[in-house]
Every structure is written in structure tokens, then in C-alpha cells.
Write a protein that binds this ligand. Structure first.
Ligand code: BGC
Length: 782
């Protein structure tokens, strides 16, 4: 990492871009964005710049501009622009001489600071400093402080213009069919942008402490409103700009002005203090302290957690996490399997309530998923590959150019990438395992599982030759391989889904007949039990071949390898392979966009022998371009899990810097949310080796040699447990009394705890661990 520097000071950890860089503009805007789970504001300069892609995204502010376009997260009116004139000279990043420019993000608080020194006509200098944060204490609040100081001691006339700009579009598409503005009491500006289903309301007020402007003018333009604040004969001016942002139904419109005023009275510093207290609570629960990491790695870990906090809708189950969080237009704000498989584990162990809300989003979407299944001729529920604010499919039909035909390629994921339906079930089951929340299962969980199982069984076919159930014509996690039969990941996940569905159905029928009957009415589960049993006996689960490789699908191993894979692995542009080959050509080669079989190994860490994992990681990684950000973290986790430290550290380093790397061509349209979750999974499940399943908490760490100690807290069965893992020992302590007994396995030694959990033990050597390696346990498939 060269472009971004790191600076640590008490309670702050800064990522710094220390020069004005049009090349990195879009990327820095996205990765330095202010996000608080309600809003995400890109870190654009306060001045207009040609390269900018200014944006504010609100969770749930979706709209479909035209019938043939996908529903997308709307780029909302901007409040970050400030126009500046000093002694009638207009300042501009692209035309005024800039002596210095620095943009810095504190990854602990999420505060952004931008500082410039400009050289004005006649050689005078002016310093401009802009600070911003999206409040974690009051999520509708966005704060900015804008300070201008004239150097040299000679006063001047300073005019600052700022307001609300509703001319913003999503890459040229305006979603607001009307924007109305007004000013209250010559103080507070308001803009109401109407979407098809709701409206985005922004109110903003600028105050300047004791230095009152000599004149304030408000100007209303088409879809924008701003005030110009004139300060005559001054050396320094500081404006505090408070913006309150909400959507219809979230706040009483009449009270919004009062909200703005009260916040303005408090001012930037006090509100920042309140915000930091709220962030501190997050860090107390989520922070991971690793001694021995480089400061860059430490900053990258905190950076990923800051964004996980900021991308997750905090108060509702009506929306979920977008693949780019709230930092850009990429993937149109849609929700993918990224949420359940990559990000969900973090919330499951840090704030199970939040994890439950993410599952709630899928439950609300069940009807949409039922409809999709029906439309495709299947039973049960087929969840959308891409979701927006409902359970309906939102994947666009065409994207990326086919270099041979000159036309856009068809996107098959929305039609054929079935595995998301099992991924959601996997998350439901993990939630139940880790929390034991049976009420959730009774109200929602079982229904999701049963409907998903019905889907899987209805889309499997009996193979004439083998008599086994097969799943044909799918796309697995590796999206460079389309229209294949028996993708291993998909088949195993489908089997897992049907297996637990059957287990629960049989159990409920016996032990909770009333509940079973109610669920039966909704899902027709009683008529499925025999079919499910047959499916489980006959489903084809690809096994390791004589080289220990699990075939990714029926034909993968018979295809030729892509010869010049290095060219694409090292290309600055992601998916550069599509510039040389059409999708059809890629499909017929052994080349992976991202981890596939290895993903399966991560989800079921005890299913395969270490040796099998090792062989598959090696085999498939050689064939993987890592054109998806979901890839490095997956290989890192699998390698850490089996103790291949060298490989784990290499892949982990790549995963950590998926956004913070020196490639200006990535992340411009938003950060890579899944990879941030993947970093956490790799740290906790991989390096720390912590896993809770079937009532047993196991800890089998594989720390990199350079790390001395890892300390973190996880919630298991409602109790927060503190872990401290080093090369010498493992310490585990519960913060409160356990509600029920817990079984712990720390590197082979078994413990049973009631009351408080407390372990402090020395670690065993690697050889003893190797000796205890188990045989594979494929029996779980039933
Ligand atoms: C990946 C998918 C992922 C999506 C959103 C695609 O490039 O192939 O696995 O879900 O990005 O992050």
C-alpha cells in the first residue's frame, strides 16, 4: 500500500491520501466514505472536480426509473459541495494553485478530514479544512465543519456557498420525478425528492458561531437550493453544516426543522463526541486486537470493520446489506449471497440481534422467492440472486461486452445461480446453532428451510444411467463456469438444506404437532417427507477423485486449462479476461473467477480431511484469476484452517487490501463488502480456529508466526466470551454465567462448563495436533 499512508494517534487510526489525485478520485471517494448503517456519503472533495462521482446512498431508498431497467439504490441529493470565493477569486481544485491537499479517514470514528492550502492571486495563501461524519448516535444526522483561514494576517472577504443539490443522478439517470425546495426562517433549507414509492427529504442548516455573516442569500435553482454566506474583512471563518436526512414515514416532517436546530445548537464537536461514544460501543464488541501485525494490516482490519458497521441497516429487517455497502452505485445496491455467507458470521457473533434482522429480510422476501420458483416451474421458494428491497429477482439481464459479437453478454446468474437459496438456509441453521433461538425458528426459520428444501428437490432430476439425483444446468459460486451439471458446492448445499429440513420436519411432527400442522398448511411439508428421504439417499455428492480433487462439476476436469492465467491475475483491470475471450470460450476452459469447491470446505470445516482441503486449495487456486473480491478471503480462510500458514498469509494479505491496494481501477463504484466479512471469517474461523457447532465450541488456532497474540470477543449462546490466543496459550473467559452448559474443545482437550467458562491452557505442538487428525465425516449427509 503506497497510495494510502497510515498514521496512528491516541484513539485515532488514519488512512491518508496526501496529494490531490484525480486518478484515485473515485476510489478514494468510495473507500473513505462516511457510513452509519442508514446513510453512506462518498468522500468527494467539497469542490467540484471533473473526476468526481459524488454520492449519498440511503438504506432502502430504491427506485426503478424505467420499466426495462433494474431497481437500484438511488444516488440522493448532495450536501457535500461548498463553493468558495475569496476577494472575488473563485477557488477550485482544478484551476486554483493547490500547494497541498490531504484527505484522511479515521477508521475508528469514520471521521473524514480534508485539508488544502491554496495559493491565491498576489501570492496570498488560504487554508481550507473540511471535516465530516455520519453520526452513529443519531443515524439521520450528517455533520460537516468547513473552515477557511487566510494566511498572512491580512483580512479578506470570504463567500461560502453550500446547500442541497438534487441534480445528482445515477450515472445519468435521474430517479426523482420532482424535487421541491424551500427555506424555513431564512435559516434551514429543505429539499424533497419524490421517487415512485417514497421521497427523500434533506434539511440543512449552516451556522457560523460568533462570526455572523454580513449577508446571506438563498438561491433556488432547478432541483437545487443553496445559501451564500458572506463574511467581510475576516481572517478566519468556520461553518458548521448540519444535515438531517430521512425518507417518507421515518420522521415526522413537521419536527424535522426542530431536529436540525437542536443539532446546530450542539455544534460539530459535541455531536462528534456523542458519535464517538456510540462508535466506541461498537469497537468494544467487535474489535480484534492482534499484536505483531503491521500497522498497515491493523488499519486494514479496522477499516473493514468500520465499513461492516456502516453498511449494515441498523434498525430494520426490511433491507439488507448491499454488495458495495452504501458507498457507490456498483451492483445497484443489490443484495447477494455475500450477505449470508460472508457478512452474516460477523453479526452472528458480534450482535446476534442484527444477524436476526438480516434473516428477517429474507423471510419478508419469501413470497417473492415463491413466485420466482413458480415462474421457473419449481416448487417452494427460489431466492433471488440479486435482491433490492423485496424478495423479487433484480438481476439485470445483460451486462459486459461480448468482444466477438459487440453486444452485451446475457447475465445468467439471476436464472441459474441457484445456490443462494441454500446459502440462506445455511445462515438460518448457523443462527439457530449459535443462538439457540427457537422462537425465531418457529416463527420464521423452519418455514424458510422447508420452502427451500421443496425447491431443491423439485429442481433435481433422476439420472437415467446412475439412478442418482442430479442438479443440472447451474452456475456455482465460480461465475466463469456456466450451464454445468452437478456443481459440487450446489449439490452439497442442496443436500444440507434438505437434510436439515427433513430432520426438523420429523422432529416437529413428533414433538410440536400444532406447530407442524401450521407449517404444513403454509408449506405442504407433510407431503414431502418421503420425497426428501429419497432425495437424500440418492443425491449425487461429488467425491475426491484419485488425486484427491473434488470435481467442481461434471465436466470441469476434462476441460483444457487457460494457459496465460498470470496475465489476467496481474491485470490492473478486473475481469480483463473478457477483453480477450467471450463468456462461451471461458466456460469451456479450466479457469475460475473465484473460489468454488474451496467455499464448500470453508462452510463445513470438518467435512473433509486436511489433506483433501490442501490438495483442492492448491489445485483450484492455480486455476483461479481472483476476479471476484470474494476469492482471496476464501482461499485464505481454508489455508489458515488447515494450518498452511504461508499460503494463508499470502492470500490474507491480498484479501485485506482488496480495497486499500494501489490499483486506482478498483473500488471506484463502491467498496467490496463481502471481502470485508471474509477478512473477519479468515481471522476468527481461520487463524484463531474458533468454530461453534452442535453444542461444541472448538478452538484450533493457526496464528501466523509474526503474530504474538490475538484478542477478541464472540457471542455464543447469548454469552460474550473473551478469547486471547497466542503461540503459547489459549485463554477463554465468559463475561457472564452461561445459560446452559457448554462443551469446549481447545486443541484436543475437552472441557464441559456450567456457570462461568474459564480456560487458560498451554498450547500443544503442531505434531500432536497432526496425530489427532480425523477421518472425513461424510456421514452427516444422512
Ligand atoms: C461475484 C459474486 C458476488 C457478486 C457481488 C460477483 O462478481 O462473482 O459471487 O456475489 O460479485 O459481490
Amino acid at each position: 500500500m503506497k497510495h494510502y499512508k497510515i498514521e496512528k494517534e491516541k484513539g485515532r487510526l488514519w488512512l491518508i491520501e496526501d496529494a490531490y489525485s484525480p486518478l484515485f478520485e473515485e476510489k478514494t471517494e468510495a473507500i473513505f466514505a462516511q457510513c452509519n448503517g442508514y446513510m453512506g456519503v462518498r468522500a468527494a472533495h467539497p469542490f467540484l472536480s471533473i473526476e468526481e462521482k459524488r454520492g449519498m446512498f440511503l438504506r432502502g431508498a430504491f427506485d426503478k426509473a424505467y420499466d426495462d431497467e433494474a431497481t437500484e439504490l438511488v444516488n440522493c441529493p448532495d450536501v457535500t459541495w461548498f463553493g468558495l470565493e475569496i476577494n472575488e477569486e473563485k477557488l477550485h481544485t482544478d484551476s486554483t494553485k493547490m500547494l497541498s491537499c490531504e484527505r484522511r479517514l479515521d477508521v475508528l470514528s469514520g471521521e473524514l478530514q480534508i485539508r488544502y492550502v491554496f495559493e491565491l492571486a498576489l501570492g496570498r495563501k488560504a487554508e481550507v479544512e473540511c471535516r465530516r461524519f455520519a453520526s452513529a448516535d443519531d443515524r439521520h444526522l450528517f455533520l460537516q465543519s468547513y473552515r477557511v483561514r487566510l494566511n498572512g494576517g491580512e483580512p479578506g472577504d470570504i463567500r461560502i456557498s453550500t446547500g442541497i443539490n438534487g441534480q445528482i443522478t445515477n450515472s445519468g439517470v435521474s430517479h426523482f420525478h420532482s424535487v421541491s425546495e424551500r427555506v424555513y426562517d431564512r435559516e434551514i433549507m429543505e429539499s424533497i425528492g419524490k421517487l415512485k414509492k417514497n421521497a427523500v427529504v434533506v434539511l440543512t442548516q449552516c451556522t457560523s458561531g460568533d462570526s455572523k455573516p454580513s449577508k446571506t442569500d438563498f438561491v433556488l435553482k432547478r432541483r437545487s437550493i443553496y445559501g451564500t454566506y458572506c463574511f467581510d474583512g475576516v481572517i478566519e471563518v468556520e461553518i458548521c453544516k448540519v444535515s438531517v436526512v430521512f425518507q417518507t414515514g421515518e420522521m415526522d416532517g413537521d419536527k424535522a426543522c426542530g431536529h436540525v436546530r437542536r443539532a446546530s445548537e450542539k455544534g460539530y464537536d459535541r455531536l462528534f463526541h456523542e458519535h464517538v461514544s456510540a462508535m466506541r460501543k461498537f469497537w468494544e464488541q467487535a474489535g480484534i486486537r492482534i499484536r505483531g501485525m503491521s500497522v498497515e494490516q491493523e488499519a486494514a482490519v479496522c477499516f473493514s470493520q468500520y465499513h461492516i458497521f456502516g453498511m449494515t441497516p441498523y434498525d430494520t429487517e426490511e433491507f439488507s446489506i448491499a454488495a458495495k455497502g452504501l458507498t457507490g452505485e456498483g451492483y445497484k445496491g443489490h443484495v447477494f449471497w455475500d450477505t449470508e455467507i460472508f457478512l452474516f458470521p460477523f453479526w452472528l457473533h458480534v450482535c446476534p440481534e442484527q444477524a436476526k434482522r438480516l434473516l428477517g429480510f429474507r423471510y419478508i422476501g419469501l413470497d417473492g422467492a415463491r413466485k420466482k420458483a413458480k415462474d421457473y416451474g419449481y416448487k417452494g421458494a427460489m431466492f433471488p440472486w440479486e435482491a433490492a428491497g423485496t424478495g423479487e429477482e433484480e438481476t439485470p439481464l445483460y451486462a459486459a461486452l461480448n468482444i466477438h459479437t459487440g453486444k452485451a453478454n446475457k447475465v445468467w446468474s439471476g436464472i441459474k445461480e441457484y445456490h443462494v437459496t441454500a446459502d440462506i438456509v445455511y445462515a438460518v441453521e448457523r443462527y439457530y446453532e449459535v443462538t439457540g433461538n427457537w422462537k425465531f425458528m418457529e416463527k420464521r426459520g423452519y418455514e424458510i428451510i422447508f420452502e427451500a428444501a421443496r425447491f431443491w428437490v423439485s429442481c433435481a432430476e433422476k439420472d437415467e444411467k446412475t439412478g442418482m439425483y442430479v442438479i443440472r444446468d447451474v452456475i456455482g459460486p465460480d461465475e466463469y463456469t456456466e450451464h454445468v451439471d452437478n456443481n459440487a458446492y450446489t449439490n452439497y448445499m442442496a443436500a444440507f438444506c434438505v437434510k436439515i429440513a427433513r430432520k426438523y420436519a420429523v422432529l416437529l411432527k413428533k414433538e410440536k404437532p400444532v406447530l407442524f400442522e401450521a407449517l404444513d398448511k403454509k408449506t405442504g411439508v407433510s407431503g414431502e417427507l418421503d420425497t426428501w428421504e429419497r432425495f437424500l439417499k440418492g443425491i449425487y455428492l461429488p467425491q475426491p477423485d484419485r488425486n484427491g480433487i473434488i470435481p467442481q462439476d461434471d465436466t470441469f476436469l476434462s476441460k483444457p486449462m487457460l494457459k496465460n492465467i498470470e496475465k489476467y491475475r496481474s491485470a490492473r483491470m478486473k475481469q480483463a479476461i473478457l477483453l480477450d475471450y467471450s463468456r462461451e470460450e471461458i466456460v469451456n476452459m479450466q479457469v475460475l473467477k473465484q473460489a468454488d469447491v474451496v467455499m464448500l470446505m470453508n462452510l463445513f470445516p470438518w467435512l473433509f480431511m486436511e489433506e483433501t482441503v490442501r490438495k483442492n486449495v492448491l489445485f483450484y487456486e492455480k486455476r483461479t484469476v481472483h476476479d471476484s473480491s470474494l476469492s482471496y478471503c476464501a482461499y485464505a480462510q481454508a489455508s489458515a484452517h488447515i494450518g498452511d500458514r504461508e499460503a494463508a498469509e499470502k492470500f490474507f494479505e491480498n484479501a485485506l487490501f482488496v480495497d486499500l491496494n494501489d490499483n486506482p481501477l478498483v473500488s471506484g463504484d463502491g467498496i467490496h463488502a463481502a471481502s470485508m466479512g471474509g477478512v473477519w471469517n479468515c481471522l476468527i474461523y481461520g487463524f484463531a480456529g474458533v468454530w461453534y457447532e452442535k453444542g461444541k465450541l472448538s478452538v484450533r488456532p493457526h496464528l501466523p508466526d509474526t503474530w504474538q497474540e490475538m484478542e477478541f470477543k464472540l457471542i455464543v449462546r447469548g454469552i460474550r466470551i473473551r478469547f486471547c490466543i497466542s503461540h503459547q496459550g489459549i485463554i477463554m473467559e465468559s463475561e457472564a454465567k452461561l445459560e446452559s452448559s457448554i462443551h469446549v474443545e481447545a486443541e484436543g482437550k475437552e472441557y464441559e462448563f456450567q456457570g462461568y467458562l474459564n480456560i487458560s491452557r498451554k498450547r500443544e505442538g503442531r505434531e500432536e495436533w497432526n496425530k489427532r487428525q480425523r477421518e472425513p465425516s461424510l456421514t452427516w449427509m444422512g
